[in-house]
Ligand binder design. Structure first.
Ligand SMILES: Nc1ncnc2c1ncn2[C@@H]1O[C@H](COP(=O)(O)OP(=O)(O)OP(=O)(O)O)[C@@H](O)[C@H]1O
Length: 232
C-alpha cells in the first residue's frame, strides 16, 4: 500500500480552546492510483493533505507513505521527503512572478536529485511555446499548467493537489483534470486531490468523503471515467 494512514488525529489550540480537526483518520491508496478527497469547507481536508505532504504533523496515529512512517522523520529527513518525493499543486498557482515559465520550473529542477527534462515536461503540459513568458502573460489555466509542470519536474512519487481547478472555469478545469490523468498514466505518479466537486470523483480510483475530521465513506471505483467525459 503506497499511502497507509491509521488513527490519525490532529488538534489545533488557540488559548484555552482546543479544536480536534482530524479525529482518527484511516485511509489507503495504492501506488499509481488517483484518490479524491471530498468534503465541506472546514472538514479537515487540507490539514490531512498537509500532514501527508510533510508540511504539518499529526498528534498521533500512523502516516506511512511508500513504506516510510513520516510522522517519525527528523526535520532534515522530512525536508528531503517534501523536496524529493512530493509535488504540490494549489488552487492559486504560487508561481514566482518575476521568473519566466522556464525559470519557475528550473528552480525546482535545480534542487532535485533526479529531475525530468524541462522541455519534456513543458511539452507534456502543452506549454512548449510559452517557456519565455512571464506568469502575468498567461491565462489562469496556463498558469496552472506551469504549476503542474513545476510539481512534476522533480519526478515526485506523490502529487498532492488542493482544489487545483478551484479558480478555473468549466472547460479549463476539465483540461487540467485531463492533464492530471495523463501525468498519472505517463509517469505512474500517485495523485491525491482535494475537491468540493463530487463529479470529479468519477475520475478517481478511490474516493474519500470527509465530514468533521472523519472519513465517513471510502469507495473504490472499479471503472474510472476519463476527465473529458466528466460533466457538472
Ligand atoms: N493552523 C491552524 N490553526 C488553527 N486552526 C486551524 C489551522 N489550520 C486549520 N485550522 C482549522 O481546522 C479546521 C479544518 O481546516 P482545513 O483547512 O483542514 O479544512 P478544509 O476541509 O480543507 O477546508 P476548505 O475546503 O475550506 O479548505 C478548520 O476549522 C480550520 O479553521
Amino acid at each position: 500500500m503506497f499511502i497507509d494512514i491509521s488513527s490519525l488525529k490532529k488538534s489545533y489550540s488557540s488559548g484555552l480552546v482546543k479544536t480536534e480537526v482530524l479525529k482518527g483518520i484511516g485511509m489507503k491508496l495504492e501506488k499509481g492510483e488517483i484518490g479524491v478527497i471530498l468534503g465541506p469547507s472546514g472538514s479537515g481536508k487540507s490539514t490531512l493533505m498537509n500532514i501527508i505532504g510533510g508540511i504539518d504533523s499529526g498528534d498521533s496515529g500512523k502516516v506511512v507513505v511508500d513504506g516510510v512512517e513520516i510522522n517519525n522523520l527528523s526535520s532534515d529527513l522530512l525536508t528531503e521527503y517534501r523536496r524529493e518525493d512530493i509535488g504540490f499543486i494549489f488552487q492559486f498557482y504560487n508561481l514566482v512572478p518575476n521568473l519566466t515559465v522556464g525559470e519557475n520550473i528550473e528552480v525546482v529542477s535545480n534542487i532535485s536529485k533526479s529531475p525530468l527534462n524541462i522541455d519534456e515536461v513543458l511539452a507534456a503540459v502543452g506549454l512548449q511555446d510559452k517557456k519565455r513568458r512571464f506568469p502575468r502573460e498567461l491565462s489562469g489555466g496556463e498558469q496552472q499548467r506551469v504549476s503542474i509542470a513545476r510539481a512534476i519536474v522533480k519526478n515526485p512519487k506523490l502529487l498532492l493537489c488542493d482544489e487545483p481547478t478551484g479558480a478555473l472555469d468549466y472547460q479549463t478545469s476539465r483540461s487540467i483534470l485531463r492533464l492530471l490523468q495523463q501525468v498519472n498514466k505517463k509517469y505512474g505518479t500517485t495523485i491525491l486531490m482535494i475537491t468540493h466537486n463530487a463529479a470529479i470523483a468519477a475520475m478517481a480510483n478511490r474516493v474519500f468523503k470527509v465530514r468533521s475530521g472523519e472519513i465517513v465513506e471510502a469507495t473504490v471505483n472499479e471503472v474510472t471515467v476519463p476527465a473529458e467525459r466528466i460533466e457538472w
